[in-house]
Design a binder for this molecule. Structure first.
Ligand code: BEZ
Length: 237
């Protein structure tokens, strides 16, 4: 018998940046949701984890729960997903609250919705099942979805690596700031640091910029111009 490689047997569709977030209805630990409609007007971090009752996922859930308020303050809601069932989710979250301490955090209550996806319908729509990593568990995917339901960024981590929450927060702040101010963020940008001014689309504007005539803008060459953007000016979310 010929066995097809996983990647041929189960083609993976990956949503792309700029796509509308695929819609679905789901049962969660906080009731039923219609996604992304229920989140209109808010940013969402939709993320998957490989399995309930596993250690890396447990450390991530405690961190998500403990930092949820920081994301909410950025008009951002958290929504988790794994291919486990609702009763597994409920039992795992109760165990986390009752027994698990991580980085000094105890009695952690997870209040954001965790989707049950036993059929893998949602996980497959979002490309969270990556068969060469695992065909039975979702990878650690993170989708950043804007208030209009558009996918703005994606990060995928393997099963063996927990996510960096400062980076997740930085991505949300950067996306919101880029939208609001019509700028782009350079490598390793942190709030408060100078930002990139997109290249001018006319020679006149480019020349004025180069001559230092655009307030606050400084250029190293015609294609590399920056300006300050103070933390107080970000007016996030
Ligand atoms: C974990 O979360 O610890 C984990 C989950 C699936 C595979 C390996 C590790």
């Amino acid at each position: 018998m010929t066995t097809l490689p996983d990647s041929i047997a189960m083609p993976v569709t990956l949503p792309r940046i700029g796509d509308k977030a695929p819609s679905f209805k789901a049962v969660t630990t906080q009731g039923n949701i219609s996604f992304p409609e229920d989140y209109k007007g808010k940013w969402v971090i939709l993320f998957s984890h490989p399995a309930d009752f596993t250690p890396v996922c447990t450390s991530e859930f405690i961190t998500f729960a403990r930092r949820e308020r920081e994301f909410n303050q950025l008009n951002t809601q958290l929504v988790g997903l794994s291919v486990d069932g609702l009763y597994s989710h409920i039992a795992w979250l109760r165990t986390i609250k009752d027994k698990i301490e991580f980085r000094g955090w105890k009695n952690t209550e997870v209040k954001f919705p965790l989707i049950e996806d036993i059929t893998m319908e949602v996980a497959k729509k979002y490309g969270m099942i990556q068969p060469n990593e695992s065909s039975t568990k979702a990878v650690r995917a993170v989708f950043f979805i804007d208030p209009k339901g558009i996918i703005r960024a994606m990060i995928y981590y393997p099963l063996s690596l927990g996510r960096n929450f400062d980076e997740l927060k930085r991505v949300i702040i950067a996306l919101q700031s880029a939208d609001k101010h019509g700028v782009a963020m350079p490598a390793d940008w942190q709030p408060g640091e100078d930002v990139i001014v997109p290249p001018a689309n006319s020679c006149g504007v480019a020349a004025d910029r180069m001559a230092g005539k655009e307030e606050g803008v400084y250029c190293k060459d015609w294609f590399f111009c920056m300006k300050p953007l103070k933390k107080e000016e970000l007016e996030l979310a």
